[in-house]
Design a protein around this ligand. Structure first.
Ligand code: LCS
Length: 400
């Protein structure tokens, strides 16, 4: 048999050898904070790195290790690290890549708390940043400075669903020797693998599609063995944003169905996006699978399928958008995404409320933009709920 199994097999088996764990089919949960040494010398040797073995669960844990091996394989990287949240992963990476006086070049939009972290790095450590549309090589070259320490992108961008051509960025960054970090949360490795496109580090909020069941907050970083070892022994060990063994165990369970879940999320989102676009109360649907998405060609080039996330602009005002949300019955009003339940949120007042209005509008986050995470329920039931609430929207043509 070929060594490298298919993705759909690796989400279930990779990184786990049952014969090393009393033949347990499911990966065991090693719920322990520390490990016993046979004698003092062994403890000394392990601390000195002269003997393999566990020391303390902030530095490594067998259940966490299975998850890290599996995620490294799925993203096509050499090694991975698991964290207690997506933001712990983002901050460990940015702290590792930058120092005072450096510059970060960032995509034109990012998750609200990543925006907050960039502000914090600027205020506390004079690590400044610029946002860029990154829509041409010239644009990226023009925005790179002598002190640019990394390029940081989300694609699709949360919540505007704009895409960035990862091969193009990787090409320009290589010329300048700058690492490219990609937050791959909206895709999961099933839909997009940035390392295979030439990028250097991948980040996930594993809270989303990796876990898939809305019961874990976690983060993942994947990259070279050298970089991951460095982060493990510096910004992960000393800042300490590690994942718990139990949350790793839940992620391993969720991962087994990643491919089947994502197929369903994508198929349903494609249908719902098409239906939304036909409704007179909807101004615009922003879904990478649609021909009218400005970067539809980039989607075809770098994503297996267009994903389970849709943003759309509703006709009317902020109050109309909020009333529409309140009129939904099956669909839950909640932040987060990638769960079995269909979720809707209002980015301007929720996930991106921390972004000052001017910057928010520049990113395309207006008061009538809504973000839908299409769940695994019957597509017909999801649409029926959206339609009944959309039918109640009073938009300008009604009042004329
Ligand atoms: N990166 C992206 C693209 C995200 O969407 C999020 C969270 C994070 C990083 C941070 O991950 P966490 O620490 O929450 O695991 N996004 C959220 C969202 O859109 N709604 O609620 C959380």
């Amino acid at each position: 048999m070929k060594d490298e199994k298919h993705f759909e097999t690796r989400v279930i088996h990779e990184g786990y050898e049952s014969s090393q764990h009393y033949d347990s089919l499911a990966p065991p949960l090693y719920q322990t904070s520390t490990y016993t040494f046979a004698n003092a010398k062994q403890g000394e040797n392990r601390f000195a790195g002269e003997e393999e073995g566990y020391i303390y669960s902030r530095l490594g844990n067998p259940t966490v290790g299975i998850l890290e091996k599996r995620m490294a394989s799925l993203e096509g990287g050499e090694a991975a690290l698991a964290f207690g949240s997506g933001m712990a992963a983002v901050s460990a990476v940015l702290f590792s890549l930058t120092k005072s006086g450096d510059h970060i070049l960032c995509s034109q939009g990012v998750y609200g708390c990543t925006f907050g972290l960039l502000e914090l790095l600027n205020q506390k450590f004079a690590i400044n940043h610029d946002f860029s549309a990154m829509d041409s090589e010239e644009e990226i070259r023009a925005k790179i400075k002598d002190n640019t320490a990394c390029i940081y992108v989300e694609t699709p961008i949360n919540p505007t669903m704009q895409l960035i051509d990862l091969q193009m960025i990787a090409k320009v960054a290589k010329e300048k020797g700058i690492p490219v970090v990609v937050d791959n949360t909206f895709c999961s490795p099933y839909l997009q693998r940035p390392l295979e496109l030439g990028c250097d580090i991948v980040i996930h909020s594993a809270t989303k599609y990796i876990g898939g069941h809305g019961d874990v907050i976690a983060g993942i970083v994947v990259g070279s063995q050298e970089k991951m070892s460095e982060i493990r022994m510096t910004t992960q060990k000393d800042i300490g944003g590690i994942i718990s063994p139990f949350d790793s165990w839940l992620l391993l369970r969720g991962l087994k169905t990643l491919a089947v879940r994502l197929d369903r999320h994508c198929d349903s989102a494609d249908k719902i996006a098409g239906l939304l676009a036909t409704h007179p109360a909807v101004e615009q649907v922003i879904y990478p699978g649609r021909q009218d998405h400005p970067q539809h060609e980039i989607m075809k080039k770098q994503m297996k399928k267009p994903g389970g996330m849709i943003s759309f602009i509703i006709k009317g005002s902020k109050e109309d958008a909020q009333k529409f949300m309140d009129d939904l019955e099956l669909i839950k009003i909640a932040v987060s995404l990638g769960d079995a339940e269909t979720l809707i949120q209002h980015p301007a007042t929720m996930t991106h409320a921390v972004v000052p209005e001017e910057a928010r509008v520049k990113m395309g986050i207006t008061d009538t933009l809504l973000r839908l995470s299409v769940g695994l329920e019957s597509t017909e039931d999801i649409w029926n709920d959206l339609e009944q609430a959309l039918n109640k929207v009073k938009f300008p043509s009604d009042v004329m």
